[in-house]
Design a protein around this ligand. Structure first.
Ligand code: WTA
Length: 650
């Protein structure tokens, strides 16, 4: 194999899979999915064991996905009680590292169980019942994990909303999920700056009420002690309710296919979709992938830097690691506060063995040079991971050489909110690595490349990435809209799950993800629909029309490039540009702030009025020579203006 990096296996022992193990396991998982998943379904505890394993169909008009369907279990009991029952109550479940480097705390499994039970009792006393949706809008504090597990414990469905979302975005999710309960904090704190969570919730509740959804209860965690408005009829302080609540709570027996959570994610059209995951298959898959992709061993400290507001936080901070009895580190802060050495100082401080982050963080830190890394010993590190966006070989090699000193395998893990867990990734110790490749499919996963006509491509090829059959972690539906689920994922290529990503398979059978092939952009690992940014822009009074595309950005992966047509009489000033950036931040959230705004008198449209995004992408990429055929445009002359006023000239 050309250009591969063989991984030293001096730490590999009986617990680590070999290349032969991987090949044999993978073969078997495809040849006998029933037998394979029957065996691995047993890695978690069932209140009533399943007898049926797989009952799935990708058939057009009849998509239905069920795993372990007659089994009964509880996810929180799997993540907490069973470890305590096995005598591991004093093991550390969560290491909390605050935004302030002086603040950290270790929480044992026994303590996490007690806190979760208390919160479950408080939610129940507030009227939350099995099946109710609870919105969680919290910073990266242990209470976020307790809140998720407390919902799971009583059979409520959590919908975690990332703390960076605006009141409007939060309200939209509350309304769509028909959620009458919110768990939040007074304020968050990141990089020394306060985030006004409670005040955002108050605004969101007012907006949601106009949308027809009332919120009857807000459970309020005191994080900073900052001044917040409290409505005594609706808001309950967690620290007060906690002390009155019982410390034990029987876990609700849940069917394997009962919903565990909803998580909103962006697609190419319309408003964000509520991705629904259920209990049994999700937990088996999160747990098995966490164990193998990170080669987790008992006693090790595992750190994923994601936020619990994204799927990575769900599967690989909370459910996967805790189901495996691991020690999971929750970090409240950001990689560059107080300085660019923070991550590596935390690695040394808590002797982190496994470290999992996003390429955007690696690129940002790479730009600060090697010194902040070298200031820390990083002796404890054994495995490094990445997720969220394609990693360029340069950043991969820096991670491998400088951070890991060529001793820690880098696992580039490809997956999605929809997939529940990792689908393509190396197994450390087993898989020879190639910088920039997610390498090989996980057990039971059947990736396929398909061309625009739906033809399956063999051998080395590039095309659209589909998955040919179901795996236990797969999403089950779009909350409240099964038709949209079928339409979005199963109608493009009949009988297959279409990921929205492009990929290449090389001659060694390795997979290289090339990025989205739809109108989704990935900015610093944050997934966004260009349509969402467009609708935020056109909601401004000066804007008549907007088109948004991604363009390559050195640190963020992709930047947000907006073409904006103004209303008659409006002037495209620098001031208006700033105002529009602020407007999008306020409408969606700070992470959606446009990088470039180009005022455009007209947009390139076909005679039927469809915007030709291909042309806008090329201009944003500063490749005006590669526009292709523009003769089908209603008014080809608009292109000249767009090209000469482009904002991204190199
Ligand atoms: C992208 C995050 C390349 C991809 C877990 C996918 C990646 C989208 C990788 C899902 C990777 C994620 N290499 N691209 N290792 N991991 N992506 O739903 O475009 O927030 O479709 O889930 O991120 O983003 P999501």
């Amino acid at each position: 194999m050309a250009d591969t990096i063989a991984v030293k296996r001096e730490w590999a022992d009986g617990a680590t899979l070999s290349d032969a193990d991987y090949r044999a396991g993978y073969e078997r998982s495809l040849a006998d999915p029933e037998g394979f998943w029957r065996e691995h379904g047993g890695r978690i505890d069932w209140i009533r064991p399943f007898t049926r394993v797989k009952n799935t169909s990708f058939a057009p008009g009849d998509v239905s996905i069920r795993w372990f369907e007659d089994g009964v279990l509880n996810a929180s009991a799997n993540c907490l009680d069973r470890h305590v029952a096995a005598g591991r109550g004093e093991d550390t479940a969560i290491i909390f590292e605050g935004d302030d480097p002086a603040e950290s705390r270790r929480i044992s499994y026994a303590e996490a169980l007690e806190e979760t039970c208390r919160m479950a009792n408080v939610l129940r006393a507030d009227g939350v019942k099995k099946g109710d949706r609870v919105t969680i809008y919290l910073p990266m504090i242990p209470e976020a994990a307790y809140a998720m597990l407390a919902c799971a414990r009583i059979g409520a469905v959590h919908s975690v909303v990332f703390g960076g979302f605006s009141p409007d975005s939060l309200a939209g999710r509350i309304v769509d999920a028909q959620s009458g309960f919110v768990v939040t904090a007074d304020e968050g704190v990141r990089g020394g700056r306060k985030v006004p969570l409670k005040s955002n919730v108050d605004k969101a509740i007012a907006i949601a009420a106009k949308g027809g959804q009332d919120v009857s209860r807000v459970l309020l965690v005191k994080r900073t002690g900052g001044e917040v408005a409290v409505d005594p009829a609706r808001d309950v302080w967690w620290h007060e309710a906690r002390d009155k609540a019982a410390a034990t709570c029987d876990p609700e027996p849940m069917g394997a296919e009962d919903p565990l959570f909803i998580l909103y994610t962006s697609g190419s059209t319309g408003k964000p979709k509520g991705v629904l995951h259920t209990t049994g298959g999700y937990l088996v898959y999160a747990s098995l992938t966490h164990a193998h992709v990170f080669d987790y061993r008992p006693g090790e400290v595992y750190w994923c830097t994601a936020d619990v507001g994204w799927v990575t936080g769900h599967s690989y901070i909370v459910y996967g690691p805790l189901a495996n009895g691991a020690t999971t580190l929750m970090f409240e802060g950001v990689p560059t506060y107080p300085d660019a050495g923070r991550l590596w100082q935390v690695v040394d401080k808590h002797e982190v063995n496994i470290f999992y982050t996003a390429p955007t963080a690696i690129r940002a830190l790479m730009g600060q040079g090697d010194e902040p890394v070298k200031r820390a010993s990083r002796r404890s590190l054994r495995i490094l991971g990445t997720v969220g966006e394609p990693i360029n070989p340069e950043a991969w090699l820096w991670y491998w050489r400088v951070v890991g000193e060529e001793r820690c395998p880098v696992v580039d893990t490809w997956w999605q909110t929809e997939t529940g867990g990792i689908l393509i990734a190396p197994l450390p110790g087993a898989t020879a690595l190639k910088p920039g490749s997610a390498t090989r499919p996980f057990f039971g996963v059947r990736p396929e490349l398909v061309d625009a006509e739906g033809q399956v491509l063999d051998r080395a090829a590039e095309g659209n990435l589909c998955i040919a059959d179901s795996w236990p972690g797969q999403m089950r539906t779009v909350y409240g809209d099964h038709e949209r689920f079928e339409q979005t994922y199963f109608s493009t290529y009949k009988g297959k799950y279409f990921t929205g990503d492009g990929a290449r398979r090389d001659a060694d059978g390795y997979w290289w993800i090339t990025g989205r092939v739809d109108d989704v952009i990935n900015v610093s690992g944050h997934r966004m629909g260009t349509a969402e940014v467009e609708s935020a822009l056109v909601s401004h009074k000066a804007v008549s029309e907007a088109a948004v595309v991604g363009y390559p950005h050195d640190v963020k992966g992709q930047g947000i490039y907006c073409y904006v047509t103004l209303m008659q009489g409006e002037e495209g000033s620098e001031e208006l540009r700033k105002e529009l950036v602020g407007h999008v931040r306020a409408e969606i959230g700070p992470f959606a702030a446009p990088d470039k705004i180009q005022f455009a008198p007209g947009l390139p449209k076909t005679r039927s009025g469809k915007i030709m995004r291909r042309i806008l992408r090329k201009i944003a990429e500063d490749e005006p020579g590669a526009l292709g055929d523009t003769s089908t445009l209603a008014d080809p002359a608009v292109v000249d203006d767009l090209v000469s006023n482009r904002q991204n000239r190199r």
